[in-house]
Design a protein around this ligand. Structure first.
Ligand code: ADP
Ligand code: ZN
Length: 288
């Protein structure tokens, strides 16, 4: 089946045509500007190409409840031009095909489970640490949504003893995203994460917050694998710091062969798919 896929991000929309096996036949990248500017280009890309369904992995918050009148409408985002924009409805109206929507992280989790680093397990968590922090969980082969989609980046975290940074989240100040996103690093230290690579204090504090979050997710969701992506995770040394903190914090409480010194590096892992994870996940969503 010919399917359409969109990875809708704050800086760019990646649009693709492909199939449910994840083959991509055609792809384009459109800058995210005002919806009146961006969306006509998106419609034009898909028009006349014979796609039967479209899947979208979007920045949020976005309504992901299929029974809701505002399914696929962007909600309270700081990207002000997009607040209340009915993304799925407009696409369906323009292209006359069914449109499915989930969050960017849920869709990334779907494609990691199908083709990436979680193909051998039934549940997983995908977390991105970038401009924002968000996570999606796969449980019983499907993404976990409820009232809305989860907002795992905005959980409360216990402050590091040596950290007096006020936090960068416009809603909660010192939530996880407020303390550990790329912009939080930059605001706390006065330099972008990339330029802080050699400063051990930076990453010790960063790992403190991220590991705490993972421990909470492990206790609540019990995922069989945790995949960490996003710009900040390009700091590869963070993985070992996080694994060590997670093990110390769990203190042996959860019994699983994965949560052992020998296996923890196969439990908390980088993504298996690189730049096409978003559109491939959106293809999968469209096919469901
Ligand atoms: P987005 O979240 O917008 O999709 P990214 O996942 O690339 O994009 O995240 C961007 C954030 O990641 C920025 O705050 C940037 O400073 C940070 N970042 C990008 N590359 C690195 C790196 N190599 N080391 C640390 N931080 C990085
Ligand atoms: Zn927050």
């Amino acid at each position: 089946m010919k399917l359409g896929a969109i990875e809708a991000g704050g800086t760019k929309f990646v649009c693709a045509i492909g199939n449910e096996q994840g083959d991509i036949f055609e792809k384009t990248v459109i800058p995210t500007e005002h919806p009146d500017v961006t969306m006509p280009v998106v419609y034009q890309f898909f028009k006349g190409k014979g796609v039967e369904r479209i899947g979208i992995g979007s920045f949020g918050p976005i309504d992901v409840n299929e029974a809701s009148d505002s399914y696929g409408t962007i909600q309270n985002t700081p990207k002000i031009d997009w607040v209340d924009f009915p993304l799925a409805k407009r696409l369906a109206d323009q292209l006359h095909v069914p449109v499915k929507v989930d969050t960017d992280v849920n869709v990334a989790a779907l494609s990691e489970a199908e083709w990436g680093n979680a193909t051998d397990v039934d549940s997983c968590l995908y977390i991105t640490v970038g401009t924002g922090i968000g996570a999606g969980a796969i449980v019983n082969g499907t993404t976990l949504n409820g009232l809305s989609h989860p907002e795992m980046g905005h959980i409360a975290v216990k402050r590091h003893d040596d950290d007096s940074f006020a936090g960068a989240c416009p809603y909660h100040n010192d939530c996880l995203e407020g303390m550990a996103s790329g912009p939080a690093l930059e605001k706390r230290w006065g330099k972008a994460g990339k330029e802080l690579a050699d400063d051990e204090r930076v990453w010790e504090i960063e790992a403190h917050y991220l590991a705490q979050a993972l421990v909470n997710y492990i206790y609540i969701l019990s995922p069989e694998r945790i995949i960490m992506g996003g710009g900040v995770m390009q700091q590869e040394h963070l993985f070992d710091l996080i694994r060590k903190n997670v093990m110390e914090s769990l203190a042996g409480y959860v019994s699983s062969p994965f949560l052992s010194a020998e296996n923890i590096d196969r439990y908390i892992v980088p993504p298996g798919l690189t730049d096409e994870a978003g559109v491939k996940g959106a293809l999968l969503l469209a096919s469901k």
